[in-house]
Structure formats: structure tokens, C-alpha cells
Design a protein. Structure first.
Length: 182
């Protein structure tokens, strides 16, 4: 099943493609973006980091049907990439995202997250969504909290910025759909 374009009030979530690597390479390698990402993200970010990730990780995982990646774009500027959101069919790590700092604090990631989460539950028919995050990542925690997710586990994990307290948040399809009716 091809990955569809998702639309929100202000955003266009366009499936990731190899053509997006140059924009990702320009906006991704910033400390504000990478510090709370998993330690497998190389830092300092190499000059070919985006190309390597998109072509050798994201695209193969999408082709294998275990991942769904979208670029986040403003509807009024559809050629400009603002960030990325992905869904993964792996245990305890189903959703991840990042947004360029200049676009943070405006509700864009919350909007993108709602669209991706709805796709997870109501197009892919998954029963539970779990999202890990660094406990220090207060913006990500607010998105999870405001969407009805609950904290189910804490542990230590390696992030780009080092060993940190980590949280695992969860919501079920029934809980998600009950909230969408309200």
C-alpha cells in the first residue's frame, strides 16, 4: 500500500523520498534537533548523513512495510521541508519526529502527530502506539500528554546528548478513537 499524503489544517505531510535529502541535510544537523534523539544518530552529523539515512534506512524500511515516513511542510510553502515524522512497526518505538527549531512552539508538531497517529490506528489498524522519549524533552512530553498518552515506563537510555532518563508513553486505538469523538 503506497504511503499517502496526509493533510491537516496547516500542514502537508508528504511521503519521504530521496529528493528530500538535501533539505534534511541543511536543517537537521543542529544540536536543538538531535540532542534528544537516539544515540545511533551520528554526531557530529556527517556531510552525507541525510543521504545515508534516507537511502539506507528509511526507504528500505518503508519498502519492507515496517515504516512510514513523512516530511512536514506548511501548506503555504509546500516545497520547504520543516521536519520529519515517522511511524515504525517495532516493539516500544512506534512514532518519532523532529522539527526545525524555527518552526517549534507553533503547534505544527502536535498537528502532524495527530495526523500520523490517526493513520497508525485507523488506516494501519494498529492496536497500540508507544513512543519513547528523553525525560528532559518537555515539548515532546507535552505532545504525548495532550494527545491522551500515558507514561508506562521509565529507564535509562543513550541519546545523542548522553545517558539520560527515558520515558515510554502509550495510547491504545480505543482510547485514541474515544478522544477523537469528543
Amino acid at each position: 500500500m503506497p504511503i499517502p499524503i496526509l493533510y491537516t489544517e496547516r500542514l502537508l505531510l508528504k511521503p519521504l523520498s530521496p529528493e528530500d535529502t538535501s533539505q534534511i541535510q541543511m536543517i537537521f544537523p543542529r544540536w536543538e534537533v538531535v540532542r534528544y534523539l537516539v544515540s545511533s544518530v551520528p554526531w557530529p552529523y556527517p556531510d552525507n548523513g541525510a543521504e545515508n539515512y534516507v537511502n539506507n534506512v528509511a526507504m528500505p524500511d518503508m519498502a519492507n512495510g515496517i515504516a512510514w515516513f513523512w516530511t512536514i511542510r506548511h501548506r503555504e510553502m509546500p516545497d520547504e521541508l520543516m521536519g520529519l515524522i515517522c511511524l515504525y512497526d517495532v516493539e516500544d518505538n512506534n512514532r518519532g519526529f523532529w522539527l526545525a527549531p524555527e518552526h517549534q512552539g507553533q503547534g505544527f508538531m502536535r498537528e502532524a502527530s495527530i495526523a500520523a497517529t490517526d493513520y497508525w490506528f485507523n488506516s494501519l489498524n494498529k492496536t497500540v502506539l508507544r513512543a519513547p522519549k528523553a525525560a528532559l524533552n518537555s515539548r515532546s512530553k507535552r505532545i504525548s500528554d495532550s494527545s491522551g498518552m500515558r507514561l508506562i515506563r521509565t529507564e535509562k537510555k543513550e541519546y545523542v546528548s548522553g545517558l539520560l532518563d527515558s520515558e515510554l508513553w502509550e495510547i491504545t486505538r480505543d482510547e485514541w478513537n474515544a478522544r477523537q469523538v469528543d
